[in-house]
Design a binder for this molecule. Structure first.
Ligand SMILES: [Mg+2]
Length: 244
C-alpha cells in the first residue's frame, strides 16, 4: 500500500463527479467497475473514503451499495463506519412545497426524506417559476429551510446542514482523523465541501475547472475522475507513491 494512501481521506460527490449527469436522476448509469473500485479504495484507505451526495442515503445505496461511510441529503443524514444517523427531523413546509411543485407541468419533483428537489432540465424556461415557489416556502419556514440552486435543479433542504459539515464530521471519526482530506465535487452544493477541505489544508478538486470556485484543482469530467481513482487503486496495489 502506498504511504500516501495511508494518510489520505477521500470524499466524493456522486452525480456529475463519479457518474455522468442524466436528464433525470433515476436515469444515471453507474459503470460496472465503479462500485468494486470504490470498495477496494475504501479498504486501501483504511476506511477513510466517503460518498457525499445530495441524494438520500437509500438512493446512494441503490446506486453504489454497501459502502461503510456515506453522507446523504446534503449532510442531513449519514452512515459513518456502518452506523446511520440523521441530523434533523422532517420539516412540514417541505410537504407544501412538494405539493405546489407537483402542480407545475414539466417539472420533475423528487421528494427526499429531508428535502425537495425540483428538476427543470427538460424545461429551462420554468427556472424562474420554480425558484419563486421555493423562495416562498423557504420564507414561510422561519429559517428552518434553505434554497440550493444547482444544475437545472432547485432544491430546498433543512438549514444548518451541508456537505462541508458532513466532511468535517467525518474527519473527526477515527478512520478519517489526522488524514489529508481530498474532496471531489462538481456543483454549487459542493463549494462548502471545497471550503471545508481547504480549511483543513486538504485538496479540493472540481469537475469542470476551478473558475468561480473555492476548489484549487480541476478535473475535466466524471470520466477523468474515474481514471484518477483507477490510478490511485493501481498505485496502492503496486505500492508506488501517488502523485496528487
Ligand atoms: Mg454533483
Amino acid at each position: 500500500m502506498a504511504e500516501f494512501n495511508r494518510r489520505m481521506a477521500l470524499f466524493l460527490d456522486i452525480d456529475g463527479t463519479l457518474i455522468d449527469l442524466a436528464p433525470k436522476p433515476d436515469l444515471v448509469v453507474v459503470p460496472d467497475f465503479l462500485p468494486p473500485l470504490l470498495h477496494d479504495l475504501a479498504t486501501e484507505l483504511g476506511g477513510a473514503l466517503a460518498l457525499v451526495s445530495g441524494r438520500a442515503l437509500t438512493e446512494i445505496d441503490r446506486l453504489i451499495p454497501g459502502l461503510d461511510s456515506v453522507a446523504g441529503s446534503h449532510g442531513g443524514e449519514w452512515r459513518l463506519q456502518g452506523v446511520t444517523k440523521a441530523a434533523i427531523a422532517a420539516i412540514p413546509e417541505l410537504d407544501a412545497l412538494a405539493a405546489g411543485a407537483e402542480t407545475l407541468p414539466g417539472i420533475l419533483v423528487e421528494r427526499k426524506p429531508m428535502g425537495v428537489a425540483m428538476h427543470y432540465r427538460d424545461n429551462p424556461q420554468l427556472a424562474g417559476q420554480v425558484r419563486a415557489l421555493a423562495r416562498r416556502i423557504v420564507e414561510s419556514a422561519d429559517q428552518a429551510l434553505r434554497l440550493i440552486d444547482g444544475k437545472s435543479v432547485v432544491e430546498v433542504v433543512p438549514a444548518g446542514t451541508d456537505k462541508g459539515g458532513a466532511i468535517t464530521r467525518f474527519m473527526d471519526a477515527p478512520a478519517f482523523a489526522g488524514r489529508f482530506p481530498i474532496y471531489v465535487g462538481d456543483d454549487v452544493t459542493d463549494e462548502c465541501g471545497f471550503r471545508a477541505v481547504n480549511r483543513l489544508d486538504g485538496l479540493s478538486i472540481r469537475v469542470g475547472g476551478t473558475k468561480g470556485s473555492a476548489a484549487t484543482r480541476g478535473l475535466s469530467s466524471p470520466r477523468a475522475v474515474r481514471r484518477w481513482l483507477k490510478t490511485l487503486h493501481q498505485q496502492a496495489i503496486g505500492g508506488n507513491h501517488v502523485q496528487s
